[in-house]
Design a binder for this molecule. Structure first.
Ligand code: F6P
Length: 331
């Protein structure tokens, strides 16, 4: 089985970019180790703090963020990092060109129940025009150089793309290396599985309400086939299921809280996952626009997400065309 670095070399990924990716993975191996230790490492549970999003920080959120941030900045190859757990951009080497945005531990409510969690990352380049701090990261998904996630489940997996398809590497704990286990992921275009937090149903926009109602009606409804539902409450593992065996995943915008119509973050959740989806032949949209084309306005910006098997996402988007409604982000 091939190791990560020769695979990236054969794709002509620049050496410094390979070093940045490899450094992220060194941090991920340490996170994987601490997750495996669980209560024995004394890192389960919450801190007394909240992050910029107002969410309670788990101890492992904080530890993972520090590990990734410090290791990346120590390479001297990173100009700046943006993290879910940092209010602002953290600057590194002024002469370096890489920018890394990451969610250190996605789905962290799963930590204390020994469920799957993950690290999501995207790597960009310093823009050509003069930019500082936050402005550096205000680039569309199409400008990503590399993106992916590390899924800490029964196995620790790296799923990533540099724009030449999606590969899966599995961490071999005996040698401490990520080894290539799937060379090219292609998402089936059709599916009978969906993932959405059904408890928000009454707050969804009319097109989403109607789309899910038709899935639930199954073989007796207009779709004329039964659908199954899966929800892990960790985007990394819900997206991984789609990349592995098809599906549609959504955290759509809703009318629940007018101040927060969307939940998932564009820069370090939706954008990298959309890059993977498209590279694997899937589709990714807000319901109204392609996520990869969105021009971000803030590093912690939130966005509506509908992604997965191409034909199923297209079907869902058809409902948005057929049922025009007031967007909660315009109220
Ligand atoms: O980043 C937020 C996140 O944990 C995602 O990984 C996941 O898809 C979602 O929130 C789960 O949200 P909820 O708790 O509403 O099911």
């Amino acid at each position: 089985m091939q190791r990560l670095i020769p695979v990236l070399n054969s794709d002509h990924v620049p050496l410094h970019l390979i070093s940045v990716i490899n450094t992220l993975l060194t941090a991920a191996k340490e996170i994987s180790h601490r997750l495996h230790q669980g209560s024995l490492a004394g890192t389960l549970g919450s801190t007394l703090d909240a992050n910029i999003q107002g969410e309670v920080q788990k101890k492992l959120d904080v530890v993972s963020n520090q590990l990734i941030k410090n290791m990346l900045l120590e390479t001297g190859l990173v100009h700046a990092v943006a993290s879910e757990e940092e209010d602002d951009v953290v600057m590194g080497n002024p002469d370096a060109k890489y920018l890394v945005a990451y969610d250190p531990l996605d789905g962290s409510s799963n930590i204390d129940i020994n469920g799957a969690v993950g690290t999501i990352f995207t790597i960009l380049e310093k823009p050509d025009h003069p930019a500082e701090g936050t402005e550096l990261f205000l680039q569309t998904g199409d400008e990503q150089l590399a993106a992916g996630y590390i899924l800490y489940g029964p196995s620790t997996l790296l799923v990533m793309t540099t724009g030449r398809g999606v590969r899966v590497f599995t961490l071999d704990h005996t040698v401490g290396e990520f080894l290539l286990t799937v060379d090219k992921i292609t998402i089936p275009q059709d599916t009978q599985e969906f993932g959405i937090n059904m408890s928000n149903q009454r707050f969804w926009l009319p097109p989403m309400q109607q789309y899910i109602a038709d899935l639930l009606a199954g073989s007796t409804g207009p779709r004329k086939k039964d659908f199954n539902m899966r929800w892990n409450a960790a985007m990394v593992s819900d997206v991984h299921r789609i990349l592995t065996r098809s599906g549609i995943f959504s955290y759509p915008m809703d009318y629940k809280d007018p101040k927060k119509p969307c939940k998932l973050r564009l820069l370090y959740e939706a954008m990298p996952m959309s890059f993977l989806m498209e590279q694997a032949g899937g589709r990714s949209s807000t319901g109204y626009e392609r996520i990869m084309s969105i021009q971000p306005t803030h590093i912690h910006q939130r966005v509506s997400v509908i992604m997965g098997s191409r034909n199923e996402v297209d079907t869902c988007l058809g409902y948005f065309k057929q049922h025009p409604c007031t967007r909660p982000d315009s109220i």
